[in-house]
Design a protein around this ligand. Structure first.
Ligand code: NDP
Length: 248
């Protein structure tokens, strides 16, 4: 029987790259997306056509009722969950903190932090050996912004990723004896469309100059780290914050 992985925000970027690699490794996949239905469904079809198993499920992870619906669909279709990848994330237009309004912080924390909390809670209910589950793994997407702070760009986003680090550290300890490992990947600057939402589509080229390796990363390089943390090869790793940042 295939292991089942739920990836939030799997319609593009790091989530989609993780889905492709996970499918190649034999996982059955639940691909969550918010807006890009066509690309999410096309990816699921590609995986199925290649002999794998995948469904695409729409849900805004910041909305509790929609997260409950997402997990109900997952359960109905696959009947089990082995890995949750809390990948869905957003950032907004670059600006100094003094120009930010409260709504922006609420949106950014809503998706990045509250969404990860809601999905982690629902995953634990299904994976915990205390609830009759088989155990499993949770991989959260943090960012090097959690330790760099993103001044002048998006301190709100950096603070949200700082919260993801703390969530990872606490939850790893809380559920370690229930067969669940919890880890985070902290990507550096990775070539995806997220930078366009900050108003600087070419941000990767600019920031690359301050990366010791002299280049931005690829979504596939982050996916490799996520898949390792999810796998049995990482059986004694929990509470780790793994930087995938070209040395930055
Ligand atoms: P992208 O902007 O390329 O993709 C974001 C994905 O998240 C999309 O699939 C999008 O779905 C989905 N999404 C956004 N909001 C929601 C929501 N409310 N509910 C469900 N899905 C949602 O981002 P990346 O691939 O670059 O980023 C993935 C993760 O990695 C994020 O958590 C990000 O913060 C983190 N990260 C990225 C870095 C980078 O440089 N790229 C660096 C450090 C961390 P749809 O398109 O359907 O709306």
């Amino acid at each position: 029987m295939r292991k089942v992985m739920l990836i939030t925000g799997a319609s593009r970027g790091i989530g989609a790259a993780t889905a492709r690699l996970a499918a190649a490794q034999g996982y059955a996949l639940c691909l969550n997306y918010r807006q890009h239905r066509q690309t999410a469904e096309a990816l699921a079809k590609q995986i199925v056509d290649a002999g794998g198993q995948a469904i695409a499920v729409q849900a805004d992870v910041a909305d509790e009722a929609q997260v409950l619906r997402l997990f109900a669909s997952l359960e109905q279709h696959f009947g089990r969950l082995d890995v949750l990848v809390n990948n869905a994330g957003i950032l907004e237009q670059q600006m100094p903190l003094e120009q930010m309004d409260l709504g922006r912080w609420q949106r950014v924390f809503g998706v990045n932090v509250f969404g990860s909390f809601l999905c982690a809670r629902e995953a634990i209910k299904r994976m915990s050996t205390r609830h009759g589950g088989r155990g499993g793994a949770i991989v959260n997407l943090s960012s090097v912004a959690a330790r760099l702070g993103a001044p002048g760009e998006y301190i709100d986003y950096a603070a949200a990723k700082g919260a993801i680090d703390s969530l990872t550290l606490g939850l790893a300890k809380e559920v370690a004896a229930e067969g669940i490992r919890v880890n985070a990947v902290r990507p550096g600057v990775i070539d995806t469309e997220i930078h366009a939402s900050g108003g600087e589509p070419a941000r990767v080229a600019r920031v690359s100059r301050s990366v010791p390796m002299g280049r931005g990363g690829l979504a596939e390089e982050v996916a490799q780290a996520i898949l390792w943390l999810a796998s049995e090869q990482a059986s004694y790793t929990s509470g780790a914050l793994l930087d995938v940042s070209g040395g930055r």
